[in-house]
Design a protein around this ligand. Structure first.
Ligand code: IYR
Length: 221
């Protein structure tokens, strides 16, 4: 294979003052994002969701394979089935699977096996990672750095939804294979996480948490 084709990058450097302003403003904006567990049932605009998914799809990925699939669920009946299957796994998690230490770590968040938001929130986005692709001849094509790639795309999606004025929750009922059955996704796709998307309920509350200071998360060498 020969490299290319290549095209000019079109990079426009910013004046330092503008860089500083933008970096601070973006941090302030992201800092205002919270995981929301209490939703209104107000519908979310389809074109907003589509643009957020397109933003997610710009993420870098191993060999540009873009090994992700986003299944957007609005159908109340499908949401109900997802809730039922997720709550079954969550009941097993909270009553048997989770260690004492894990349950203690979760206690401040006030979570339990009940997941009404899976039905109340207007939109669920099930994110799948594709460990390989099958072509029309049934030939397997490997993807690379799949978890890293899908994680980055998911981060872009969360930031895009927040930027668009929507709330979301990264929800991970474990295991999540039931999502393949309910959503009709093929066996080369693994559920990565379930994003709950919508507007917060009036008077929604969130736990008081802190984020680590820079000195705890970075070293400058
Ligand atoms: N999946 C469970 C438990 C849970 C686990 C972690 I790690 C969290 O940060 C939050 C919840 C649930 O959704 O309740």
């Amino acid at each position: 294979m020969t490299p290319g084709p290549f095209a000019p990058l079109n990079f426009h450097p910013l004046p330092e003052a503008e860089m500083q302003e933008r970096a601070a403003a973006f941090y302030a904006h992201l800092r205002s994002r919270r995981s929301v567990r209490d939703y209104s049932n107000q519908p979310v605009p389809q074109d907003v969701i589509e643009n957020c998914l397109l933003a997610a799809g710009t993420a870098p990925s191993g060999a540009n394979k873009q090994p992700w699939h986003f299944a957007v669920v609005r159908d109340p009946d499908v949401k109900r089935r997802i809730r039922e299957a997720a709550e079954e796994e969550e009941r097993a998690f909270y009553s048997q699977r989770a260690s004492e230490a894990w349950l203690n770590d979760l206690a401040p968040l006030g979570t339990d096996a009940n997941k009404p938001f899976l039905e109340i929130a207007p939109c669920l986005i099930a994110i799948f990672s594709q460990s390989y692709l099958l072509d029309d001849e049934g030939q397997k094509h490997l993807n690379y750095y799949v978890i890293e790639s899908v994680g980055i795309a998911t981060g872009f999606l969360i930031a895009a939804l927040h930027n668009a004025g929507l709330a979301c929750l990264t929800h991970t009922p474990s295991p999540m294979r039931f999502l393949n059955d309910i959503l009709g996704r093929p066996s080369n796709e693994r559920p990565f996480l379930l994003l709950v998307v919508g507007y917060p309920a009036d008077k929604a509350q969130v736990p008081v948490i802190t984020k680590k200071p820079l000195s705890d998360i970075a070293t400058f060498i």
